[in-house]
Design a protein around this ligand. Structure first.
Ligand SMILES: CCc1cc2c(cc1OS(N)(=O)=O)CC[C@@H]1[C@@H]2CC[C@]2(C)[C@@H](O)CC[C@@H]12
Ligand SMILES: [Zn+2]
Length: 262
């Protein structure tokens, strides 16, 4: 059922436009961020992440990435400030990565990619009734992008990598309680922001992107654990290692890229 898209030669990003024409739209993501072209804007303030009362629910393999979902039945965990007119509720987070030794982030900075990219996904519950509805609205979603660069072990990422064996195959999920993504944030929240889209089909142009300038550091060993995951289901005849699940940068077109702080 539905269209089958992926990250391979035949079904990958360069083919998505056939089923999803918006792939060639005017506010597609990711983009190549050119710091010198990012405009300062006095109306842009700091962002605030109010995650203290967040409630993680489960970790799952959706066949495209590994996703940790949160209870979004009230405003217990929100992002606010910055380019946002009201608080957006934390819904889930997931990652994008490559194969060993390659750059797997979606956004690039002056043409250079990072090893991986974490997306913390929030939705505008003040304006829309459901996440699905918000995902089709121009101001429906706010995704906080955080770059991962290779270095020492990240002291808290093991809480996620230790759970990956439970969601090896597409369609698997497992309880994942008590995880607060605050532990995955870098020391400062200076950011770039622009209007964009989902980076996977259906590529809805519904995302206010907030990309942090400072990466977090994880080890090659930790990142390698993500490659134990499979795109394929347990019953599928051929095994497909989950890697290179990133879309390359798309044209900026007429968009303005803004920044908060140096
Ligand atoms: C922003 C995070 C997000 C949300 C969604 C997708 C992909 C996403 O990752 S990303 N990399 O941040 O763009 C693809 C599937 C989409 C979903 C948003 C909600 C839907 C559009 C559902 O209504 C049906 C398919 C869903
Ligand atoms: Zn993503």
């Amino acid at each position: 059922t539905g269209h089958h898209w992926g990250y391979g030669k035949e079904d990958g990003p360069s083919a998505w436009h056939t089923e999803y024409p918006v792939a060639k739209g005017n506010r597609q993501s990711p983009i190549d961020i050119i710091p010198d072209e990012a405009r300062r804007d006095s109306s842009l303030g700091p962002i605030f992440l109010k995650y203290d009362r967040c409630t993680s629910l489960n970790i799952a393999n959706n066949g495209h990435s590994v996703v940790v979902e949160f209870n979004d039945s009230d405003d217990r965990s929100v992002i606010q400030g910055g380019p946002l007119d009201n608080p957006y509720r934390l819904k889930q987070f997931h990652f994008h990565w490559a194969e060993k030794g390659c750059e797997g982030s979606e956004h690039t900075v002056a043409g250079v990619g990072y090893a991986s990219e974490l997306h913390l996904v929030h939705w505008n519950a003040a304006k829309y009734k459901t996440f699905e509805e918000a995902a089709t609205a121009p101001d429906g979603l706010a995704v906080l992008g955080i770059f991962l660069e290779l270095g020492d072990d990240h002291r808290w990422l093991h809480m996620i990598t230790d759970a990956l064996y439970m969601v090896k195959f597409k369609g698997s999920s497992s309880d994942f309680k008590g995880f607060n993504p605050k532990c995955l944030l870098p020391s400062n929240l200076h950011y770039w922001t622009y209007l964009g889209s989902l980076t996977t089909p259906p590529l809805h142009e519904s995302v206010i992107w907030i990309v942090l300038k400072e990466p977090i550091v994880v080890s090659e060993k930790q990142l390698g654990m993500f490659r134990l995951l499979q795109f394929s289901g347990e019953e599928d005849s051929q095994r497909m290692r989950m890697e290179n699940n990133f879309r390359p940068p798309q044209p900026l077109k007429e968009r303005l890229l803004r920044q908060f702080k140096q």
